[in-house]
Design a protein around this ligand. Sequence first.
Ligand SMILES: [Zn+2]
Length: 167
Amino acid sequence: MTLPPAIREDQDPFATVGLFGGLAHFLIFLRWTSYACPHCQGVFRRDFWPHDVRLGNPTRICRKCGIPFDDGSREWPELRIAQRLRFFLPPGVQATGGALLFCAIFTLFIAPGDVVDLLAGTVVVLIFLSPILVWCLARLLWVLRSKNRFKNDPFSMQRKMGTHGTI
Ligand SMILES: [Zn+2]
């Protein structure tokens, strides 16, 4: 049985304001996507990152009407490569990583030439990027839990048949 998918709606209040239309691109945190039950239109989640990838069992029982639907979540083995990349490095983390990398390079640039060697450079870059590495490590734990859930969940058999990825 295929469940009806959740209704996705992009909320972009600034797009309708002509004067500030150009600014809308910079106000990404004031845009959000809401997901609603396809049966009763009850909103169950709001995401501030567009196309956020969520790991989990897609079957969700609506709290309002009690009818199941597909909330768009998928377990790790069901994701495509692009979705897997996006799970590890969503746009906000990519931007933060880029800014931190820039700071690391700037630090190396202003440091006296005689103290900067390959080892020092690597250490500086790793220190600056450590928040991103910690983030990826936390995401890895989610992935391992998701793979485990997918392997042990008898109800995912049906979904497994439609999956060509490796488990
Ligand atoms: Zn509902």
